[in-house]
Design a protein around this ligand. Structure first.
Ligand SMILES: Nc1ncnc2c1ncn2[C@@H]1O[C@H](COP(=O)(O)OP(=O)(O)OP(=O)(O)O)[C@@H](O)[C@H]1O
Ligand SMILES: [Mg+2]
Ligand SMILES: [Zn+2]
Length: 243
């Protein structure tokens, strides 16, 4: 029911004054593609030409809104993606893994890229996240060492807990090079906590790492074999892509 020539069957009417003939009439809600508002032209003044003009304007507004959204998310991607990974040429990346990764759609299950160094894990992760430009999803991204350093700073400033809570609730968390962070730091434990909590919140993480299984568990070793517990969670919460 979005054209004004259609008859109303519900009771959502309001008395409005027609801007053309000044007559008071029973207006209904119209949706112009941008917002919903009361009809401002009475049915007598609403000519077929008006209807065409209205529909064209509506289409234009919807297109403009989509374009603005695209632009804002593209800007967001450029802000979060390190310059090195912005101009990736997809034909130079391992094609099977790229194809597999690009199938990913935003949802509770994230992605775990694992394999040797220099093979395109980080680049593919950024290509996947660029695809989110079509949806309205925000990315929070860290290199694991930066994560640990930022974490130490935040806790020193007394802002650690709220920072961690934000990371638990953010739409998509990307951690590059998990297992490379200096161990024994507070941040290493917080990564575990955040990944566990995000799994419970059913929010995705995208992770790249050089090691998997017991090797990764060893690198992440902490109190009470946190490493194995984290690896188990990553297996459960992420689709693994081996390089
Ligand atoms: N513009 C480019 N487009 C596509 N691939 C590139 C480009 N420039 C360099 N590469 C390739 O990308 C590879 C590195 O990719 P990337 O940084 O994603 O690897 P990685 O698997 O994340 O490595 P690490 O585990 O060390 O972080 C290099 O081996 C290089 O051949
Ligand atoms: Mg990398
Ligand atoms: Zn009128």
């Amino acid at each position: 029911m979005d054209t004004q020539t259609q008859k109303n069957t519900n009771e959502d009417f309001s008395e409005q004054q027609c801007w053309r003939c000044n007559k008071i009439f029973q207006a209904k809600i119209v949706d112009n593609g941008q917002e919903r508002h009361w009809q401002d032209t009475c049915n007598d003044c609403w000519t077929p030409e008006f209807e065409i003009e209205f529909q064209e304007k509506k289409k234009r507004l919807i297109e403009e809104r989509k374009e603005r959204l695209r632009e804002s998310i593209e800007k967001h991607w450029l802000q979060v993606c390190p310059p090195l990974y912005r101009d990736t040429d997809p034909s130079r990346l391992p094609q099977n893994q790229l194809k597999e990764a690009m199938k990913w759609e935003y949802g509770p299950k994230g992605l775990l890229f694992h394999g040797p160094t220099g093979i395109g894990k980080t680049r593919i992760a950024w290509q996947v996240m660029k695809k989110l430009i079509d949806s309205d999803r925000r990315i929070t991204a860290f290199d694991s060492t930066d994560f640990v350093n930022t974490c130490a700073e935040k806790f020193m400033e007394g802002a650690g807990n709220s920072w961690v809570n934000k990371l638990i609730k953010c739409q998509l968390l990307f951690i590059d090079d998990l297992g490379n962070e200096p161990s024994g730091e507070r941040g290493a434990g917080e990564i575990f906590h955040i990944i566990k909590r995000r799994g419970e919140e059913m929010l995705p993480v995208i992770i790249t790492t050089n090691s998997v299984g017991t090797e990764l568990a060893g690198k992440l070793r902490g109190p009470e074999d946190r490493g194995s517990a984290l690896v188990r969670r990553l297996r459960e919460f992420c689709t693994p892509i081996a390089f």
